[in-house]
Design a protein around this ligand. Structure first.
Ligand SMILES: Nc1ncnc2c1ncn2[C@@H]1O[C@H](COP(=O)(O)OP(=O)(O)OP(=O)(O)O)[C@@H](O)[C@H]1O
Length: 962
């Protein structure tokens, strides 16, 4: 047995091998040590013979296989399940025949209990060629199969972070090709651009070679060219997709028992195995893990090619900072944007919403389509509610179709699918008179699906058993042979039922009974007292118990055999009829999934309409401009977390000019860019203490005033703009305010509203006018990244560098404090330079929240910068947070007050106040900057750059009085 184990292990070295021995799935050697550690099981030892000695052993009870497998897969292990294919008794002293029945890897799960209904389970494949890359991904449970190709490895990392694949295939020339690298495991064969938190399966290069990959795709989808799939001319995308397909196809081949090993099955033995499967399942012996005789192949949808530029780019940091699908603090769903918006009623809808939030759109038409549908569902509340009631009754069609297509659906799955298909005509009628595109998509139900639902109902009983080989799946009146067999079994069972009365009368033994047990089958029992007197004619003793004797008769045995045979034929026939039904469903898997996607979209839109109604959202006007214009905007998550009416809404006005969107700068932006060519000079002059009237560049001034006029004109045309500030909307807002006043909240609210608008959702504001943006960047208080050995400050600088290198005038940049992790003046200088660069060189729409009040100076230097502050009310002993954003800059942070509220000892607070007094009195830099350069600055040249220097700074005497 150990030798067989080792042989199998050699064939599946990347997987933990669970080997059925009686009631346990055992593991030996390293696998035993691994599962004992991972599952907290007891590690024992087994004697493996004289030559080997004791080997480590750990096992799990057979009935708990699914649960333990789910745990292991979640931890990133692959598992090979080796089951017994015959009873130990049948083996007659030989080694029991065993086979690998299923190989599960994190990316190829189909088992319902192991999948999260509300999110996709992606398997990805990556191909690299220098700085270029190809990425394909598939969800084998829902059939999605996509591929793309691009350059810039950073983008690849970001795309993988968006997908969060459960397993990534990577071709390499590594000698150890079969190993599966668990999250965090390092390998020399993995390039740095592949994030280490995923599971990697190293594959050979062969299936990823272009010709091989292309051929496989052509074969699979029965096409002559990949043109229709959009990737004929994208070699890296084709290679990744072909390599992924090969993995999926070979995993199923393996699962089908095509692998070598002791138990390679002959065709003739299949029937016997089915019977064995039936027996085992009846006895509750086997797990519900997909059986090899059932698993065909994963039905994947035709390959789709996508480009990264189709969607709003949200990098991983921004996804985390905006808490789109999980909170930044503890990674929970509760408290995320998804949580606030998810009012879907189906698993398909929930998965779709997650996808939509992670891929906001860049094109106006699809955004308008979604908005139109939400608007219709907002207006027509009764339609929305009836739709949601109906949607609730629809099961996960995407995954049910997948299980049918892969031959793993059970009868309950098909009944659920039929019930769901039955609802389609009702859905169609309900949306008959609707106007918007998504609702109209549901108007026509493909007749073939309507018929399929009826067909399934006509064949399958209402509540079939869980196991397929137990019979009682198919209704009577469907198949003549089935009816005949059933009648025969019923007649024989009737005969046995009557036997007790007949035999009592014939033998005169009134206590005679007819019974059944698994070992002996049917028997006649007579109490021992009576049996002692007289054994009736034709009775053969079979078993003696304390109080009774058990007999059989020839007639009874014959009937029993007939019942058994008929029942076996019956179960077999039912299974065959069922399998035929299942493959009919499988043939329609693609069509079912198309309908499922329309249903999922409607579910999402109904949910978004519901949130819009109950939370009072508005439909944003989206235009190809640079505007962010919000009246009474709110944070969608914080608002829902606070009691009704507690959230303080705030206005936002940012950015103007249209040209940047289309790539053709408008007059306004052209003029602004003239300004942007000169800013450093201006700011340097300001910093150097020159007043505006002394500015030599009078042309610049004229440009600026023209710009202001144009912007205010634009603003009037683009009403409704909030009556927020009479000046043209700035490109950069410097946002100051005390600790905990609401700066971060405001910043994120603007980002989330922009994102929601590009998802097509209504937004939490009274009115909203938003330009399409190409990227949202955020930089929010960093934490040490110990894993990569980066300090807080370095993480912050990396993130800032990324923003400055990639932001465009179409981007929205949200900066929550920069430069905090270093010396105050270093930090302030960096913050200043970053803000200046964003406002003048990049001209991205930016909100810069900061405690460096000195940055307020920028607004008086640069025309496209404005100051806002979150105001508080100061009482003698405390401050009251008003959470209101208003024009102007705060001059204090009330940090010491925040410390007092947090419970710092009174003596520390008092001392801090004293120290602050001293610093304020003596810090020339701070005072100088705050006074807007009115103090005597001078400039000097260094490396060709002008920069300000202050009067020599006095040594601060913060410990004394003077
Ligand atoms: N507009 C608002 N209405 C009601 N409550 C708000 C509002 N904005 C923020 N808050 C509340 O105030 C708390 C603090 O807000 P936030 O974290 O945004 O402050 P902050 O100014 O960024 O503070 P710090 O400078 O210390 O980072 C939030 O957790 C939220 O509960």
């Amino acid at each position: 047995m150990i030798r067989h184990y080792v042989e199998l292990k050699d064939q599946h070295p990347h997987a933990l091998l669970l080997y059925r021995v009686g009631d346990f799935f055992e593991t030996f050697f390293q696998d035993a040590i691994a599962i004992a550690r991972e599952l907290e099981l007891i590690l024992t030892a087994k004697d493996a013979g004289k030559d080997v000695g004791k080997v480590p052993l750990a096992g799990i009870p057979h009935h708990a296989l699914d649960r333990y497998c789910a745990l292991l897969v979640e931890k990133g292990f692959a598992i090979a399940v080796c089951d017994q294919m015959e009873d130990a008794a049948d083996a007659q002293g030989q080694l029991v025949r065993r086979e690998i029945t299923r190989v599960i890897t994190p990316g190829t799960i189909l088992e319902e209990g192991m999948l999260n209904a509300r999110r996709n389970n992606f398997l990805a494949a990556v191909v690299l060629a220098g700085n270029h890359w190809g990425l394909a991904y598939a969800d084998v449970s829902t059939g999605e199969f996509l591929t793309t190709q691009s350059q810039d490895l950073e983008q690849l990392t970001q795309e993988l972070m968006r997908l969060q694949p459960s397993e990534v295939l990577f071709p390499t020339n590594a000698p150890d090709l079969v190993s599966l690298l668990r999250p965090g495991e390092k390998s020399d064969h993995l390039p740095e651009c592949l994030p280490s938190q995923f599971c990697y399966t190293l594959r050979s290069q062969a299936p990823f070679v272009l010709s091989e990959a292309r051929y496989r795709l052509l074969q699979r989808f029965r096409v002559r060219s990949l043109e229709g799939m959009g990737c004929e001319h994208l070699p890296l995308a084709v290679r990744a997709a072909g390599g992924l397909l090969e993995y999926v196809e070979t995993s199923t081949e393996k699962d089908m028992g095509k692998g070598k090993g002791e138990g390679g099955k002959e065709e003739g033995e299949r029937g016997k195995d089915k019977k064995k499967e039936a027996d085992d399942q009846r006895d509750g012996k086997t797990s519900s893990l997909i059986h090899p005789s059932a698993l065909k192949t994963f039905p994947l949808q035709p390959l789709c090619t996508y480009t990264l530029t189709e969607y709003l780019v949200i990098d991983h940091q921004t996804r985390r900072n905006l808490e789109i699908t999980q909170t930044a603090r503890d990674g929970t769903y509760h408290g995320s944007l998804l949580w606030a918006l998810d009012k879907t009623v189906t698993a398909m809808g929930s998965r779709a919403l997650r996808r939509w939030l992670l891929q906001p759109l860049l094109q106006l038409t699809p955004i308008h389509d979604r908005q139109d549908t939400i608007a219709e569902l907002v207006e027509n509340g009764s339609l929305r509610q009836t739709l949601q009631r109906l949607l609730k009754q629809i099961y996960d069609l995407e995954r049910l179709a997948g299980r049918a297509g892969s031959g793993t659906a059970n009868a309950r799955d098909l009944v659920a699918l039929a019930d769901s298909l039955d609802k389609l005509p009702d859905l169609g009628r309900l949306v008959e008179k609707t106007r918007s595109r998504y609702l109209q998509d549901l108007q026509t139900v493909p007749p073939i699906l309507e018929h399929l639902g009826q067909h399934l109902h006509a064949h399958l009983v209402e509540t079939p058993p869980l196991y397929l080989t137990d019979g009682n799946l198919i209704r009577s009146g469907i198949n003549a042979q089935l009816d005949e067999l059933r009648q025969q079994v019923e007649a024989d069972q009737h005969w046995i039922k009557n036997l007790e009365a007949v035999e009592r009368e014939r033998t005169g033994v009134s206590t005679l009974k007819v019974g059944y047990n698994k070992t002996f089958g049917y028997y006649i029992s007579i109490s021992r007292a009576k049996a002692g007197q007289q054994v009736p004619d034709g009775y053969t003793r079979k078993q003696t118990l304390t109080n009774e004797e058990r007999y059989i008769t020839q007639d009874l045995k014959e009937r029993e055999n007939r019942i058994q045979l008929a029942q076996d034929s019956l179960n077999h026939l039912e299974y065959e009829i069922f399998a035929e039904l299942r493959s009919q469903v499988g043939e329609q898997a693609e069509l079912i999934r198309t309908v499922a996607r329309s249903i999922a979209a409607i579910d999402v839109l109904c949910g978004l309409a519901e949130v819009a109604v109950y939370q009072g959202y508005c439909r944003p006007a989206i235009a190809p401009s640079r505007e962010v214009c919000l009246l009474e905007g709110r944070h969608p998550v914080v608002e829902q977390s606070l009691p009704a009416g507690f959230f303080v809404p705030n206005d936002t006005a940012l950015g103007s000019g249209e040209g940047a969107i289309s790539g053709q700068p408008s007059a306004v932006s052209r003029q602004r860019s003239v300004v942007s060519n000169q800013p450093s000079a201006v700011s340097r002059q300001r910093l150097a203490g020159e007043t505006e009237s002394e500015t030599p560049n009078s042309e610049l001034k004229t440009q600026n005033s023209k710009l202001k006029t144009q912007n205010s004109k634009l603003k009037t045309q683009n009403s409704p703009s909030p009556p927020f500030n009479p000046l043209p909307p700035p490109d950069l807002i410097v946002l100051t305010g005390p600790n905990a006043s609401g700066k971060s909240c405001y910043l994120r609210q603007v980002g989330l509203i922009q994102l929601m608008a590009q998802v097509g959702s209504f937004v939490p504001a009274q009115t909203a006018k938003l330009g399409l943006c190409d990227r949202i960047f955020t930089r929010v208080g960093a934490v040490d990244d110990l894993a990569t050995g980066q300090s807080t400050f370095m993480v912050e600088m990396n993130e800032t560098a990324n923003i400055l290198n990639h932001a465009t005038p179409r981007s929205l940049v949200l900066l929550d404090e920069i430069g905090r992790g270093t010396a105050t003046f270093d930090g302030l200088s960096i913050a200043w330079a970053v803000a200046e660069h964003l406002a003048t060189e990049i001209r991205a729409r930016t909100i810069f929240a900061t405690h460096y009040h000195e940055l307020n100076e920028l607004a008086s230097i640069l025309p496209n910068v404005a100051n806002y502050q979150v105001v508080v009310k100061e009482l003698p002993d405390q401050i009251i947070f008003l959470h209101k954003v208003q024009p102007g800059g705060a001059d204090r942070s009330y940090g010491i007050e925040a410390g007092r509220l947090a419970g710092l000892p009174a003596s520390v607070i008092q001392r801090a106040r004293q120290v602050m007094g001293q610093i304020e009195k003596h810090s020339k830099i701070a005072i100088g900057l705050r006074k807007g350069g009115q103090t005597s600055h001078s400039t000097r040249e260094k490396n060709g750059q002008a920069y300000p220097i202050d009067q020599p700074i006095e040594q601060l005497d913060i410990f004394g009085e003077g």
